[in-house]
Design a protein around this ligand. Structure first.
Ligand SMILES: NC(=O)c1ccc[n+]([C@@H]2O[C@H](COP(=O)([O-])OP(=O)(O)OC[C@H]3O[C@@H](n4cnc5c(N)ncnc54)[C@H](OP(=O)(O)O)[C@@H]3O)[C@@H](O)[C@H]2O)c1
Length: 284
């Protein structure tokens, strides 16, 4: 297939590209800079300069590549700026979908998150509504997710991948990342807020498989949603950081984790089915 990837140079994208090439796809990848083009060329991938916030550049890139499938793996998180990331989800996805429709794209696969669900006592599945009772900080993030998922759904064959919290080399959960830093400074509460994790290679593998999945929304998370009171001490032990006190009770009421039964039924088998072994395999 001719696959156009936006976000192919990011933490998931870098793992995704070799998988797409190995699977025999003809791949074009966008970047805002040519700096990565030599590396992309060596991988057998065609680079194109494009900024999702510039509608004309998106339109030109999609017309030129004429892909059958668009893969949206772009985030704007390297500066940990939630507003910038929400803008990319709103405006960048709008431009991408408009250009894809004009270029006759058949399918789109897009990255979303598995922690935008309304609060509840058990892990969410894909039928759980997104949260609409929001504090201002969460409204930014969930608003961006709603806009992204709504735009993507305008293409008949759309697959939304609601990823769990990524861990592994190059992510925030790497030993040299911001989570390790917060832990070292006693700023990571070991409370009852529940997270669903995802090893970054498993995120890339799901995206490749999603080229063949029935259209719809899929939680891409491991098998074991867990409260911070369970996983924070494990990380502290691995990284030689002080084990934090239990912290406030409850955690964010929306932090409930997610279930992956739908993705598993579609054939996705995570390499790291639980963070308990995955943290050590990927990050020790
Ligand atoms: N589910 C999760 O937990 C999750 C998901 C994603 C990221 N993260 C975290 O966020 C951190 C940063 O992610 P990252 O390293 O992938 O970097 P990033 O800054 O989020 O960039 C990711 C990708 O998006 C592309 N991109 C950004 N802005 C764009 C724009 N305006 N137009 C087109 N493409 C654009 C980038 O391409 P160019 O820069 O080449 O243009 C890059 O390929 C990671 O360490 C990870 O832990 C977490």
């Amino acid at each position: 297939m001719r696959v156009f990837v936006m976000g192919g140079t990011g933490v998931i994208g870098r793992r995704l590209l070799p998988r797409l090439v190995d699977a025999g796809h003809e791949v074009t990848v966008s970047s805002r800079s040519r700096a990565c083009f030599t590396e992309l060329g060596a991988m057998g991938v065609q680079g194109v300069v494009m900024d999702a916030l510039d509608a004309d550049s998106v339109s030109a890139a999609l017309q030129d590549a004429s892909p059958e499938v668009v893969m949206h793996q772009a985030t704007d998180l390297s500066k940990r700026d939630a507003q910038a990331n929400a803008r990319l989800r709103r405006e960048g996805t709008r431009h991408l979908v408009d250009a894809a429709k004009t270029a006759g794209v058949r399918r789109i696969v897009a990255q979303s998150i598995a922690w935008a669900y309304e609060p509840g006592p058990t892990p969410a599945d894909e039928t759980t509504p997104l949260d609409d009772d929001l504090d201002p900080g969460r409204a930014v993030s969930v608003g961006g997710v709603r806009a992204l998922e709504s735009a993507v759904s305008e293409i008949a064959e759309h697959v939304v991948l609601r990823y769990g919290t990524l861990y592994g080399p190059g992510t925030w959960f790497a030993p040299d990342g911001p989570v390790a830093d917060a832990l070292a400074h006693g700023m990571l509460p070991a409370d009852e807020a529940v997270s669903s994790f995802l090893q970054v290679e498993d995120a890339a593998a799901a995206a490749v498989q999603a080229l063949e999945w029935a259209p719809g929304t899929y939680n891409i998370v491991d098998d074991e949603p867990a409260p911070a009171s369970a996983w924070v001490p494990v990380l502290a032990g691995m990284w030689g950081a002080p084990v934090p006190s239990p912290g406030r009770e409850g955690g964010g009421t929306w932090e409930r984790g997610a279930r992956n039964a739908k993705a598993r039924a579609a054939g996705w088998v995570p390499l790291c089915p639980t963070w308990r072994s995955g943290f050590r395999t990927a990050m020790a």
